[in-house]
Design a protein around this ligand. Structure first.
Ligand SMILES: Nc1ncnc2c1ncn2[C@@H]1O[C@H](COP(=O)(O)OP(=O)(O)OP(=O)(O)O)[C@@H](O)[C@H]1O
Ligand SMILES: [Mg+2]
Length: 225
């Protein structure tokens, strides 16, 4: 029997047997602007609303205050959860710069343990290039993912890769991979936001391409018709 945690993305859970396995690590891959940050943020505010605690870690792509500023245009963004500590932010980029990648990975698991969060978003995990060799990176990533699973949390790692050739190291090592992308369908002048569930261990997930809607209410998915 696998425990599952609800995604917080309307429409998605019914395609993944009710939610993501807990614990598990999900990799969300996608081109710029496909909704990776929205996906993660919506999931943690959903969790906060249900009384869970969550932590959002930014990589080196965007500073925390800018992310907050952009995400605050969504209705699910609720400042009161930041004030009462249910949603916390942590600047991973700075930690990596000051401590180096190995200690930064340890610091992540320490913080997750201490804060007793149920969800962790790492947006993005900018580490591969910082290790001296792929073997070294693989070993640390393996230990890191194992430590997160041991803490019984749901982790979302955002990957800055566009496509499935991204089936490299991280994609093999995580428990689930979701790909967000843009494509023109019937009308070549209009592109649509789409989602594919590339893999999800222990889960009979849909193989259908899902249509992604992003409005001021956040992201929702439904079967493409
Ligand atoms: N308040 C809003 N209402 C409707 N759509 C929005 C709103 N805010 C953002 N969007 C849409 O969501 C997209 C941004 O999504 P998001 O920032 O989550 O993408 P991302 O994949 O994290 O991008 P990046 O790769 O730049 O980090 C915007 O490009 C826009 O199309
Ligand atoms: Mg983003």
């Amino acid at each position: 029997m696998i425990n599952r945690i609800k995604s917080g993305i309307p429409g998605l859970d019914e395609f993944i047997q009710g939610g993501f396995p807990l614990p598990s690590v999900l990799l969300v891959l996608g081109e710029p602007g496909t909704g990776k940050t929205t996906f993660g943020m919506q999931s943690i505010f959903y969790a906060a609303k249900r009384g869970e605690k969550a932590i959002y870690m930014t990589g080196i792509a965007e500073p925390v205050f800018m992310i907050k500023k952009f995400m605050s245009s969504y209705k699910f963004f609720d400042e009161s959860f930041i004030e009462n500590g249910r949603v916390q932010f942590w600047d991973l980029g700075t930690s990596i710069q000051t401590m180096g990648p190995k200690k930064a990975l340890d610091a992540i698991t320490d913080i997750v343990r201490e804060t007793k969060v149920t969800r962790v978003i790492i947006d993005p995990l900018p580490l591969a290039q910082l290790f001296s060799s792929p073997v070294d990176y693989r070993r640390y990533l393996y230990d890191f993912l194992a430590a997160l699973r041991n803490l019984n949390v749901f982790t979302i790692i955002v990957g800055e890769k566009a496509d499935e050739s991204a089936a490299d190291l991280e994609a093999y090592m995580v428990d689930a991979v979701i790909i967000l992308y843009l494509k023109s369908l019937d009308n070549p002048l209009v592109y649509k936001n789409l989602m594919r569930i590339r893999k999800m261990r222990g889960t009979n997930h849909t193989r259908d391409v899902l249509s992604v809607e992003i409005t001021e209410n956040g992201m929702s998915v439904l079967k493409l018709d």
